[in-house]
Ligand binder design. Structure first.
Ligand SMILES: C[S@@+](CC[C@H](N)C(=O)[O-])C[C@H]1O[C@@H](n2cnc3c(N)ncnc32)[C@H](O)[C@@H]1O
Length: 396
């Protein structure tokens, strides 16, 4: 499955080139862009730049807001996945609370549902994140013909399915503690039920690429997870993590600090911190990777517009995805945590949510959500180019 077709995409991201082995991106500092010196009167179409220079700690550059018209709201719906593979029935059924199903397997209690609605959300998010990365499934400069790829917390499995299609040379494993993946999948993909915070049973030094995206309210010990990933990568292979942080921002003070929308972000961060699953962890991934021994660690902070406020049609579409995501799905995802972790009043939450939905729909609020993409390479030589080109299909 692929992301739906989309308007012409920006070229800024890959023009700035993901680093190759041996580059010194890990040391570089902030982000610079011509767009920072933006002229608000300039009506020439601009090439949007959604990713920052390598290894930045500052988010990607200024996004030009559009003059809003009602016609700009069109966006694609989600794709659907079928439901459930056959593993033990109690694990498969999960537990139902307030009409949502939650997984029961694993060390940490599930705060995010794992049902059809959540799988739809995963698929929609996949379209958004893929667009955000310039229609790429990864930014890490992995080898052309990987043999083994691992997707951590694969959810609906849509990234794993797409990467399996992109790299037919690879045997892809998607692992999740909820058995919610479809059964109609590429032949080089398998799904496994496991808790990735447990001891990994795959062979050490066996993967060419390990990927984990949007593991929200999920991981207690990121440094340990990252160390395990390090040890299970082949020398020269890459780990890439991606995740949004609801630390909403705007570059032009159009996002009121006392808005209900900001309050929703604070609630999420407080809730996640209380159960030791801090939503701010993506901001520390770069350090964790470096401490685990990864080389050439790159951090990119991509801006997700929170509604279709940008002028650029590509970013406008990403904003439409994000608006739909906020209005239709994300808040309900946190209902369990709000009541059970914070002891919050569901009525207050619904009122706040109604206000936040209204606010975030306002195209004059030029807010954005940071999406962190961090990747690094396990030290050691990757497969030499010549040899790698003649790599055989995966050994099963
Ligand atoms: C928000 S979904 C993201 C799905 C997918 N990575 C994506 O980006 O489309 C997070 C997934 O991580 C899974 N998960 C959370 N903690 C996990 C753990 N400790 N071990 C395995 N899977 C986990 C959840 O069951 C859920 O399917």
């Amino acid at each position: 499955m692929s992301a739906p077709s989309s308007p012409p995409k920006p070229t800024g991201l890959h023009d700035q080139a993901a680093p190759g082995p041996g580059t010194a991106e890990g040391q570089s500092g902030g982000v610079t862009s011509d767009r920072d010196a933006h002229d608000p009167e300039n009506t020439e179409p601009e090439e949007p730049i959604i990713a920052s220079a390598a290894s930045s700690t500052a988010p990607s550059s200024h996004i030009e807001p559009d003059t809003w018209t009602d016609d700009d709201e069109a966006y694609s719906g989600s794709t659907n996945t079928s439901y459930l593979s056959s593993i033990a029935s109690d694990v498969r059924r999960g537990v139902i609370e307030n009409g949502r199903t939650y997984g029961v397997y694993g060390i940490t209690k599930a705060w995010i549902p794992s049902d059809d609605l959540e799988m739809e959300r995963n698929d929609l998010q996949h379209c958004k994140f893929t667009m955000l990365m310039n229609d790429e499934l990864h930014l890490a400069p992995i080898i052309d013909h990987p043999q083994k790829i691992l997707d951590l917390g694969t959810g609906s499995g849509i990234w794993a399915m797409d990467i399996a299609d992109q790299y037919p040379s690879a045997k892809v494993i998607g692992v999740d503690k909820a058995p919610v993946q479809p059964t109609m999948i590429p032949s080089n993909l398998t799904f496994e039920l496991d808790d990735i915070e447990d001891e990994w049973l795959w062979g050490e030094s066996s993967f060419d690429f390990i990927h984990g995206r949007e593991l929200i309210m999920a991981i207690q010990d990121w440094p340990r997870l990252i160390r395990q990933a390090h040890d299970h990568l082949k020398p020269g292979a890459y780990l890439q993590l991606g995740g949004s942080v609801p630390d909403f921002r705007s570059d032009d003070d159009t996002l009121p600090q006392d808005s209900a929308y900001m309050e929703m972000g604070r609630i999420y961060l407080e809730m996640s911190a209380r159960v030791n699953l801090s939503g701010l962890e993506p901001t520390k991934w770069k350090r964790y990777l470096e401490e685990a021994g990864f080389e050439d660690v790159v951090e990119r902070i991509l801006k997700i517009p929170t509604n279709p406020w940008p002028r650029d049609p590509y970013l406008k579409k990403i904003g439409a995805f994000e608006l739909h995501h906020f209005r239709e799905s994300i808040a309900n995802v946190f209902a369990r945590g709000y009541e059970q972790i914070l002891g919050g009043d569901p009525t207050y939450f619904q009122v706040l949510l109604a206000r936040a939905r209204k606010e975030v729909s306002n195209p004059n609020m030029h807010s954005w959500v940071p999406f962190y993409v961090v990747y690094g390479r396990r030290p050691g030589n990757s497969m030499p180019a010549e040899k790698e080109k003649s790599a055989t299909p995966p050994q099963t």
